[in-house]
Design a protein around this ligand. Structure first.
Ligand SMILES: [Zn+2]
Length: 146
């Protein structure tokens, strides 16, 4: 990877802003929300955490996604996934709308409702190729964490 060509935190913030303004405009930002590239991980693409100390939300995106060869749709999909959690009141000050963050396909339902079905399709195709590209023998159907 050429360091000079890697995406930076400003680029990531721009993508979050883009996804939020265009697809989650009805969801008010009621606390400080930080977004950063985190560690490089094979099976964890993103995470969202709430800090009770200062009432802030922290979104982390897989450090591997700094590489521009990872399509921006995959970054947007991960950001949208975390924003769906925020919308549902997980790791955010919003009221909790569900008992569990993922059960019942609520994330994909939320994204589809918001006109992001194209990102789900893109992700599903990309992730199949991604699994094939892993340099480990994957003997199970991997579960990806967001
Ligand atoms: Zn999730």
């Amino acid at each position: 990877m050429n360091e000079g060509q890697l995406r930076n935190e400003n680029w990531l913030l721009y993508r979050l802003d883009y996804v939020w303004r265009n697809y989650f405009a009805d969801v008010p930002q009621t606390n400080r929300v930080f977004v950063k590239f985190g560690r490089q991980a094979r099976f964890r693409f993103g995470s969202i955490r709430y800090c009770y100390g200062d009432n802030s939300t922290h979104i982390r995106i897989n450090g591997l996604f700094r590489d521009p060869s990872v399509p921006s749709e995959i970054v947007d999909h991960t950001l949208a996934h975390e924003l769906a959690h925020y919308t549902h009141g997980f790791s955010s000050p919003h009221p909790k709308m569900h008992l569990y963050p993922h059960r019942g396909g609520i994330i994909d339902k939320e994204l589809t409702k918001r006109g992001l079905g194209h990102l789900i399709k893109f992700y599903n195709i990309w992730v199949k190729n991604y699994i094939k590209s892993l340099s480990v023998l994957v003997l199970f159907s991997p579960v990806f964490f967001n």
